[in-house]
Design a protein. Sequence first.
Length: 104
Amino acid sequence: MKQMDVTILGQSYLLTCPDGGETSLLAAVASVDREMSTIRDAGKIKARERIAVLAALNLAYQLAERPSAPPARAGKAASAGDSVQIDAMLARIDTALGSDDHLL
């Protein structure tokens, strides 16, 4: 596992990713940062937590609207381990945002 320092909406986060997953993680970070910046720049929402939730919903909606594609793992079906990894990543995000209750 590798630790990477990333910045989302001007805030630094130390994230862990599997070896070889750096490019995918950086692409995900760029996507989240872009979505959160768009919401913030619209000027209607100021709380970072609300911006994060709306960005997550927007990105999830965009994924749900995509046509079904074969799994990224060279044709292998998603495993229960994938769900565990996703749940772990969501828990780390919740922890990172948990103390961020101040306004921008």
